[in-house]
Design a protein around this ligand. Structure first.
Ligand code: ATP
Ligand code: MG
Length: 293
């Protein structure tokens, strides 16, 4: 078994490829047999119960943790990361926090402030907020600053750890539109952790469902309609469908679906969720979740 973070072969399509990835903290086995691929232009959501290893997996994908077993191969030329906690520098204003990566990339002061300000305003921050320090911002403002800090770099691969969890429902909708527009414009690959199944159904091309102890991917769903053309009815319907799936219920520790609820009528045949059963039995699986309808 190969170990480490490898550069991908030249000439191949940009992708993040994770193969047979295991991870342990001391004697705690946190991830087992993680295997998936994310290509340029794809949005993949990672869902699973608290503590199942989602953040650990994202940190491994970003190269923030050393790979112990298996392989992480990232051929995107630039990667930006948004942490679960905003992690803003307390001695810098909101504007300077957003512009931080541009400064590191040697973009001049005026240019980086212009780009940071423009994006911050699109994310719903006000001019007056940009001169504030992190402790003067609300939790939702801090997470928008953190999202702006990642987006302003226009990365080819964007890794997001619960980017919208601190935001109200109106702002979420606004930021969903912005993220999708930016993603379509730039063809970014996005790997996004979320606890919100509706958010996953609204935004992603594929949903990876993780189960805990050890963290492993038990199912992959592919969504058969471009995110930009999904309306509320489609999203509600397919979120309900996802929630009735045995693997999802098992993974989140929910009781089996009652038959009346389980019969979710199809919105439009062929354009909904497609369950992709893992090609091979999931390594390290110990009872618990399995794919199934
Ligand atoms: N640096 C660390 N040292 C030791 N254990 C860790 C460390 N980071 C995470 N863990 C453990 O690994 C497990 C997975 O944590 P992780 O943060 O990846 O979960 P998560 O799925 O992101 O949870 P949540 O949804 O609550 O954010 C947990 O048991 C956690 O205690
Ligand atoms: Mg986490």
């Amino acid at each position: 078994m190969s170990i480490g973070t490898l550069p991908a072969a030249a000439g191949t399509q940009h992708e993040l490829r994770i193969r047979a990835l295991d991870h342990a903290f001391g004697r705690d086995e946190v991830l087992a047999g993680i295997d998936f691929r994310l290509r340029a232009g794809e949005v993949v959501a990672l869902v699973g119960p608290s503590g199942c290893g989602k953040t650990t997996l994202l940190h491994l994908a970003a190269g923030l943790l050393t790979v112990q077993a298996g392989e992480v191969s990232n051929s995107f030329s630039s990667t930006a990361f948004m942490f679960q906690q905003p992690r803003l520098l307390p001695w810098k204003t909101a504007l300077d926090n957003i512009a931080l990566g541009l400064k590191a990339a040697c973009v001049g002061r005026d240019e980086r402030h212009f780009r940071a300000r423009e994006l911050a305003l699109r994310l719903g921050l006000a001019h007056r907020d940009l001169d504030k320090f992190p402790h003067q911002l609300s939790g939702g403002m801090q997470s928008r600053v953190a999202l702006a800090r990642a987006l302003v770099l226009a990365p080819e691969l964007l890794l997001l750890d619960e980017p919208f969890s601190a935001l109200d429902v109106g702002l979420k909708e606004e930021l969903y539109r912005l993220l999708l527009a930016q993603q379509a414009e730039q063809g970014m690959g996005v790997l996004m952790i979320t606890h919100d199944l509706m958010e996953a159904v609204r935004l992603s091309d594929a949903i990876l469902v993780m189960a805990p102890a050890p963290g492993r991917i038990v199912c992959r769903f592919e969504l058969g309609q471009p995110a930009a053309s999904r309306d509320d009815a489609w999203v509600y319907h397919h979120t309900a469908e996802l929630l009735q799936t045995a693997a999802v219920r098992d993974s989140f520790g929910l009781p089996p679906a009652v038959p009346a609820l389980a019969a979710v009528p199809a919105v439009r045949p062929g354009a909904g969720l497609r369950l992709v059963v893992p090609a091979e039995p999931v390594l390290g699986a110990r009872g618990g979740a399995r794919c199934g309808g």
